[in-house]
Design a protein around this ligand. Sequence first.
Ligand SMILES: [Fe+2]
Length: 162
Amino acid sequence: MSNEKVHEIVLWEDKYKTGIELIDKQHHTLVDLTNQLFLACRAGDDVLNVVFQDAMHKMVDYVRFHFTAELVLLEKIQYPDFQNHKKMHIDLIRNVLDAAKEYDEGKKLTPNNFVRTLRDWVFGHIAVYDKMYASYAADQKRKGILTETMLREIETAIGNEG
Ligand SMILES: [Fe+2]
């Protein structure tokens, strides 16, 4: 892998950590899927389309699943900024789908550009807005309002939706 490519991949960083095991696990999966997309970009031209499209749809599906899961959690913990967070997810998904469609149709975006954009949107959101509910959740935990048992129940609820 050249240096240029190394800079493109996503490395897990503590700034992404929410302290909620379930969410951190899903965010790790997002790191893996994004890196698979970067890897798919390196496939030869003849297979690029198939490999890339497959990885792209997997990533888009997982982002949607993860966002739904996150909202279940945020609703259960009565996150005060729930509506705003939900709106950000809707906008982000819309942007991703538009970019995917644009890629599918006109190839105005190169695969690398598409993945870079996707990476910046998703991880920009995680590093800023997910950290906000993370500190709220940590506070609720400290106050004893949010317990490990509750978190496990939420995890089960989310798992059933996947
Ligand atoms: Fe989020």
